[in-house]
Design a protein around this ligand. Structure first.
Ligand code: RB5
Length: 149
């Protein structure tokens, strides 16, 4: 990676440790990490954390976002309610690559109760190191965007 890019991280209570491990991992690779918490383990509501991260990406405050909850599903659903967000849950590295290469996703979601930390870091690396292929995939992503209007 040549240019420093900003990435927002968020989770619910089910994924605090994994989120912090991801933050450390990608900061070491040169990303500017904006970790918006939470930091304490009390039960909380994933929609507000997913929305907060998604709004930062949609506003252009961050280039990309990573969100986590127990399954990755609830916080992904919340993030995708924000206009301009394309967020997918990945439990494997191939899906993470395709999420960028074909879907031009700007957010990744991971289930901290599904995958272990080592795999989660590999998924993150796959997502962050894969460029969008454009071409016919751009046409399809534009069709997704058109559904928002
Ligand atoms: C919290 O118990 C759990 O429901 C949440 O982390 C997530 O898995 C929801 O999709």
């Amino acid at each position: 990676m040549t240019d420093t890019k900003r990435i927002v991280l968020s989770s619910d209570h089910a994924a605090i440790e994994m989120r912090q491990a991801i933050a450390k991992h990608i900061a070491a690779k040169g990303w500017e990490v904006v970790d918006i918490g939470p930091t304490t383990p009390e039960s909380t509501h994933y929609p507000k954390h997913g929305a907060a991260a998604a709004q930062m990406v949609a506003a252009g405050d961050c280039d990309l976002g990573i969100v986590l909850c127990g399954t990755g599903q609830g916080i992904m659903l919340a993030a995708n309610k924000v206009k301009g967000i394309r967020c997918g849950v990945c439990m494997d590295t191939f899906s993470a690559k395709m999420l960028r290469a074909h879907n031009n996703a700007n957010m990744l979601s991971i289930g901290a109760r599904i995958v272990g930390e080592s795999l989660a870091l590999e998924i993150v690396d796959a997502f962050l190191s894969t460029p969008f292929e454009g071409g016919r995939h751009g046409t399809r992503v534009d069709m997704i965007t058109a559904l928002e209007d």
